[in-house]
Design a protein around this ligand. Structure first.
Ligand SMILES: Nc1ncnc2c1ncn2[C@@H]1O[C@H](COP(=O)(O)OP(=O)(O)O)[C@@H](O)[C@H]1O
Ligand SMILES: O=P(O)(O)OC[C@H](O)CO
Length: 494
């Protein structure tokens, strides 16, 4: 048997998944790692945790299934995006903890860049917005804070990368300093039209270009991992940021197709084909995948809190013991109460981009309890998706699919998916294959290795588990959505 090994290095855990030659999951291993919050609004990871959980999960899944390196045709890597690591070329050690995508510490840098009039250039070239979410200002901050680092970077002694890049550098024993176009597209330093790092933006951010990785297609030769790590040499043949990998795993290959992934946050991508569509509604323009030197673009809406609202009910409020309980509580909520949650715990992402806003609950009565809050938390996901859905469809202008393909941990909740369909007024399709992110990375590697089908035949393997269709009258839907919009404006105003 020939396998493909997918590594999914996520925000809260690292997973290694072995796919067989029929693209089915043969087995997987997962490991959580600590989150560091040194100050309010700051989020860091220890790069050593990202590294050790990666090799340990790979070793574990191989041992569990008794698979040797010789049986693995290639590795596909998918990763939490934007999270930034700077490391020493000689020692391989990071000079600072990784600054995570959720981290808001660079809000003042973004403001200064805006005031200095750089926003138009940055948005035009990168397709992104001036928000602390992206890597560029995180990198700038590290170079400002670690004494001597800017000079060392200029000399080529320090390297920077998103998590894929750091892992590949370590896996190949320092032989490859590379990334793929989807990850580069999230850095705030990559010109998505020209397919090259932007010298102008690097200059504005005061980033020495010598420290940047080489950018490759999403299916390419990224390097060969050292034999002593997994017991033999294995080539890394596929790389994509996790949301782009899910887009690939969901086979959203036609312009107009759209997927939304519900994990900690929610990320919706709409394939716009060969053209980068500029948003009038504060959506992001990004690269969905790049194959044979040709980028396929997407509009993206990024929401920071989706499943994290459920985690808050569990860990912050102690209201539930596990996430699944929200699906039991929500149907018990009093239909006469309109409790509404705006989960702006770490600010608001698309389309509002308000890093300083904070969350609020509206409509509380003396009778409001766990059931009403659970319903409000699950519905907040639908309302936020509706914001993205409206904005992206308006930007795109062309014909979109009238269905939304969903995945991620929270898509397991039937109640949430039904409520999502009700609030969108559109069909929501959940596939049989739940591991869409890992599958996307595996497919890139397997296709490159020549053991998986081409794009068209891969798309034909997508299979529906369940379709949710709207059950709510249009009038009720629009009234509920109008109330959400007012609640968001209230949160922004406070
Ligand atoms: N049955 C469920 N109902 C509601 N939320 C759920 C359910 N199962 C998982 N979740 C939420 O989904 C998230 C986990 O999804 P996952 O895709 O593993 O996230 P990530 O990759 O961001 O770590 C958690 O925030 C959890 O609260
Ligand atoms: O690790 P996840 O699944 O929460 O995804 C994080 C995103 O890539 C951030 O942009």
């Amino acid at each position: 048997m020939t396998y493909i090994l997918a590594i999914d290095q996520g925000t809260t855990s690292t997973r290694a998944i072995l796919f067989d030659d029929q693209m089915q999951v043969a087995g997987s291993a997962q490991q959580e790692f600590p989150q560091h919050f040194p100050q309010a609004g700051w989020v860091e990871h220890d790069p050593e945790d990202l590294w050790t959980t990666t090799i340990e999960t790979c070793r574990r899944v191989m041992a569990d299934l008794d698979v040797t390196a010789g049986e693995i045709a290639g590795i596909g890597i998918t990763n939490q995006r934007e999270t930034t690591v700077v490391w020493d070329r000689k020692t391989g050690k990071a000079i600072h903890n990784a600054i995570v995508w959720q981290d808001r510490r660079t809000t003042p840098i973004c403001e200064a860049l805006r005031e200095a009039g750089h926003e138009a250039l940055i948005s035009h070239q990168t397709g992104l917005l001036l928000d602390p979410y992206f890597s560029g200002t995180k990198l700038s901050w590290i170079l400002d804070q670690v004494p001597g680092s800017r000079e060392q970077a200029g000399n080529g002694d320090l390297l920077v990368g998103t998590v894929d890049s750091f892992l590949i550098w370590r896996l190949t024993g320092g032989a490859s300093h590379v990334t793929d176009a989807t990850n580069a597209a999230r850095t705030l330093m990559y010109d998505i039209r020209n397919g090259a790092w932007s010298a102008e933006i690097c200059d504005v951010l005061n980033v020495p270009m010598a420290m940047l990785p080489e950018v490759k297609d999403s299916a390419a030769d990224f390097g060969v991992i050292q034999a002593d790590i997994l017991g033999g040499e294995i080539p890394v043949l596929g790389v994509a940021g996790d949301q782009q990998a899910a887009t690939i795993g969901q086979a959203c290959f036609r312009p107009g197709m759209m997927k939304s992934t519900y994990g900690t946050g929610c990320f919706a991508l709409l394939n716009t084909g060969e053209t980068p569509v500029v948003s009038s509604n504060r959506m992001l323009t990004t690269i969905a995948y790049q194959l044979d030197g040709k980028p396929t673009y997407a509009l993206e809406g990024s929401i920071f809190i989706a499943g994290a609202a459920v985690q808050w009910l569990r860990d912050g409020m102690g209201m539930i013991e596990n996430a699944g309980q929200t699906g039991e509580l929500a149907p018990q909520a009093d239909p006469g109460q309109d409790v509404l949650l705006v989960p702006a715990f770490t600010g608001l992402g698309a389309p509002y981009w308000q890093p300083d806003s904070r969350g609020a609950v509206f409509g509380l009565t003396r009778n409001s309890g766990p059931a009403e809050l659970a319903r409000a938390a699950l519905q907040s996901v639908g309302y936020q998706t509706r914001d993205l859905w409206e904005a992206m469809r308006a930007d795109w202008g062309g014909e979109t699919d009238v269905t939304l393909r969903v995945d991620g941990g929270m898509s397991a909740s039937d109640w949430t998916m039904q409520s999502l369909s009700d609030l969108l007024g559109a069909a929501v399709d959940r596939p049989v294959m739940q591991e869409t992110t890992a599958l996307g990375a595996a497919w890139l590697a397997g296709m490159r290795a020549g053991i998986y089908p081409d794009q068209e035949r891969f798309a034909e393997t997508w299979a529906l588990d369940r379709q949710f269709t709207p059950q709510l009258a249009a009038e009720s839907r629009e009234a509920a959505y109008a109330r959400w919009k007012r609640a968001v404006q209230a949160v922004i105003g406070v």
